[in-house]
Design a protein around this ligand. Structure first.
Ligand code: PMP
Length: 284
C-alpha cells in the first residue's frame, strides 16, 4: 500500500489528495489536528488523542463531528496502510467559504487524514542525547488547543536546526520554560522531576500524561510547577516527551552541558518504561 490520505470520507494515495483553496484551515489556520502513532500495528493512546481532538474542536466551537466516524476512519487507515509503525495525522478545519474573517454559518467541517511510516528518531540521539536552543515563546495565548497554527513552532524548529541543534525550547517573556516545538519538557534535579503545569500556555501532551503516570507507578516524585531558565540549565537531566519524540534526552542547551553531558539514569529508566507500555499497547 502507498502512503494514504483520507479526505472527507474517501481514501486515496496521498499524492492524489487535494483540498479547496478556500478551506479556512488553509487561509486562517482555522482548524485542529492530532497525530497518533502505532506500535506493532496498534495505535497507542487512541482514545486519549480522540478526547483531546474533541476538546480542541469544542474550544474553537467547530461543528461537532461524530467521534465514531473519526475513529472508524483512523482504524481503517491503520489497517489499510499495513505499516506496523505508522504515524497518522488528523486535521479538522472549520469549513470552506469565500474568504472572510467573520465565520460564515453552516460550513461543513473538512476532515483530512494522512498515514505514513513514522520517521524514527536516530538511535544515536536516544543513546547520546540531543541538543536544543531556547527561543522566546511568540505563540498565541491558547497553546492548550491543538490548532494547525504552527508557524512559531516551525520557525523555532528551523532556527534550532540552522544552529546545528535538534530542537528549540520555548521560554516566555517572563523567563518561564514552557515546552519544545512539538513536545513537552521535564527536568530532573536531585532525583525529583518538574514539568510545566497544564495552563493555556502549553499543550496537554498525551505522552506527558503517560510519563506522569509512569512516574507515579515507579515512585518518582514529580511536581507540576513553573521553573525558569536557570533551573533548566542547572538540571541534572532534561528530556522532551511527545508522540513521535517519545522520550528524548537533551544533553546540551544553548551550548551548556546539562548535568555531566550524558543521558541520565532517570531519563533512561522512563524511556524504557514508556517503550514497554507502548509495545504492550497501553497501560497494564
Ligand atoms: N507540545 C507541543 C507544542 C506539541 O506539538 C506536541 C506534539 N503534538 C506535544 C507537546 C506533545 O504532545 P503528545 O505527547 O500528545 O504528542
Amino acid at each position: 500500500m502507498p502512503d494514504l490520505a483520507y479526505v472527507n470520507g474517501e481514501i486515496m494515495p496521498i499524492e492524489k489528495a487535494v483540498v479547496p483553496i478556500e478551506d479556512r484551515g488553509y487561509q486562517f489556520g482555522d482548524g485542529v489536528y492530532e497525530f497518533v502513532a502505532s506500535y506493532e500495528g496498534r495505535p497507542f493512546m487512541l482514545e486519549e488523542h480522540l478526547d483531546r481532538l474533541e476538546r480542541s474542536m469544542r474550544e474553537l466551537a467547530l461543528d461537532p463531528v461524530p467521534r465514531a466516524d473519526i475513529k472508524k476512519a483512523v482504524l481503517d487507515l491503520f489497517t489499510l496502510s499495513g505499516y506496523p509503525r505508522a504515524g497518522l495525522y488528523i486535521q479538522i478545519a472549520r469549513g470552506v467559504a469565500p474568504r472572510n474573517h467573520a465565520i460564515t454559518p453552516g460550513m461543513t467541517p473538512q476532515i483530512i487524514m494522512t498515514i505514513r511510516p513514522v520517521q524514527e528518531m536516530p538511535a544515536e540521539k536516544r543513546e547520546k542525547g540531543a541538543t536544543a536552543i531556547t527561543v522566546k515563546d511568540t505563540r498565541w495565548g491558547r497553546c492548550d488547543i491543538k490548532t494547525v497554527q504552527l508557524l512559531s513552532n516551525s520557525l523555532a524548529k528551523q532556527k534550532s536546526l540552522d544552529a546545528g541543534c535538534d530542537d528549540a525550547i520555548f521560554v516566555s517573556g517572563q523567563g518561564i520554560v514552557r515546552e519544545g516545538t512539538s513536545s513537552n519538557l521535564f527536568i530532573v534535579s536531585g532525583g525529583r522531576l518538574t514539568t510545566h503545569p497544564l495552563t493555556d500556555n502549553i499543550l496537554p501532551g498525551i505522552t506527558r500524561m503517560v510519563v506522569l503516570n509512569l512516574c507515579k507507578a515507579a515512585d518518582l516524585v514529580v511536581e507540576e510547577s513553573f521553573f525558569g531558565i536557570e533551573a533548566l540549565l542547572g538540571a541534572d537531566e532534561v528530556f522532551l516527551t511527545g508522540t513521535v519524540t517519545e522520550l528524548l534526552p537533551i544533553v546540551r542547551i544553548d551550548d551548556k552541558s546539562i548535568g555531566n553531558g550524558e543521558v541520565g539514569p532517570i531519563t533512561r529508566r522512563l524511556y524504557d518504561l514508556l517503550r514497554e507500555q507502548a509495545m504492550a499497547g497501553g497501560p497494564a
